[in-house]
Design a protein around this ligand. Sequence first.
Ligand code: NAD
Ligand code: MG
Length: 398
Amino acid sequence: MKGVTILGATGTIGINTLDVIARHRDKFHVVALTAHSQVDRMAAHCLEHKPRFAVMVEATAAERLRQILKTSCPEVEVLSGEQGLLDVVTHTQTDYVMAAIVGAAGLTPTLAAARAGKRILLANKEALVMSGRVFMNAVRQSGAELLPIDSEHNAIFQCLPVNYATHDPSLGFKRIVLTGSGGPFRTLALDKLASVTPEQAIAHPNWNMGKKISVDSATMMNKGLEIIEACWLFDVTPASIEVVIHPQSIIHSMVEYIDGSILAQLGQPDMRTPIAYALAWPQRMTSGVAELNLCDVAKLEFSKPDLTRYPCLRLAQESAQVGGTTPTILNAANEVAVQAFLDRRISFTTIFKTVEYVLAKITTTVADNLAVILQADQQARWQANEYILGCSKKVGAS
Ligand code: NAD
Ligand code: MG
């Protein structure tokens, strides 16, 4: 029986994780569920899954949850604040941590799980993008197990040889082929991109995901963040990763070998497959995902990404090459810009302009400790907010 703590339990990954766990109550029990402020969904989760702890980061939300659970589910202890997150990830009953907080807010608790030597099911790619070296060092030093949840990285993990970390040339590894759907604007006329709405941007053609990652998929910043994520997870260089557009989202990624073989992992676009894989690894278990009928799919298409349509992908590819704090800056500027777009303060195409501006403004340094990383993150957020403020002043003046 493994004890699971879910960071970001009210999000799409959190909900899918609980769905998989509910199918395997003989193997897993829920130690803790955490969320930012969505009290109603958290209360429903607590009634169904009876965790030992529920953490609401926002104090007023925690108090409301306490009131709701006082009579209906008194055995759940409600904690609050960042400290609550740290307490549950490092708790002795927690064996596995699903890291599914969105954005930079996930870094501190996910890093704490790494330092505590837990099995980390990593969905929160932003944590790794921000702090790759520090995070991977923590994993190595504590002996934590790091299993990718991002469907592409989970696919790559499945297609690589078990001992790939040795980098033994006789394994014949050549390169990674990272697939991406191209998002909802793959075929939209380029001159229409500036006027797309948040509703259109979050309507992903194949996947049902949170708003931030849906916008990142529309700009393909998501694929760029995934290049950086893959470099750290699999200890490869950006040059050995090729991005390919695959609109059907059936092949989740591939690994090419020197003998001409390409191994691919195929499946429905349903996150319960990678979640079940990472929970059960090195075994497999059922996930509730519908069977894939290849005759129904009939056609798998591939094309090169057009960097004029997806300039954020280019910025991320360049940032991966530069390294240091550049990916941290890229990630922070993107988070601020995506939120501004969702709040209708800037246009879709201004997301790229904001990130490009911030990257040009801040000098990269070596990212070998958390203080440097958090400082770069704060600096980039400040610059991005300044840029966005400037944009809205210009709009107001015209
Ligand atoms: P979501 O927006 O649906 O959920 C986010 C969760 O994080 C919520 O539970 C929310 O309460 C919590 N949260 C938000 N801000 C917080 C804060 N400041 N402190 C503590 N908790 C906070 O997001 P999602 O789609 O489930 O994605 C979660 C992560 O998984 C992201 O990093 C995303 O890139 C990654 N991911 C998601 C998918 C997917 O299919 N949804 C696929 C691959 C990777
Ligand atoms: Mg992905």
